[in-house]
Design a binder for this molecule. Structure first.
Ligand SMILES: [Zn+2]
Length: 59
């Protein structure tokens, strides 16, 4: 299981994004950012994705 803490991504939010693979947790994280933080696809930059990849936890 891979997880991303939304708070560690820099948002004031206790949501934990989960996924079976790095690809899935990234996809779910982007969905969460769009649905809960009103972010648009184009606001999620490659740099931001790279930063988020660095804070993925593996259980
Ligand atoms: Zn969040």
């Amino acid at each position: 299981m891979k997880t991303i803490s939304c708070r560690e991504a820099g948002l004031d939010c206790d949501y934990i994004v989960k996924g079976e693979t790095e690809e899935e947790v990234m996809k779910n994280g982007i969905e969460h950012a769009k649905s809960h933080h009103n972010m648009k696809e184009e606001e999620i930059t490659a740099e931001m994705k790279q930063k988020i990849k660095g804070i993925i936890h593996s259980d």
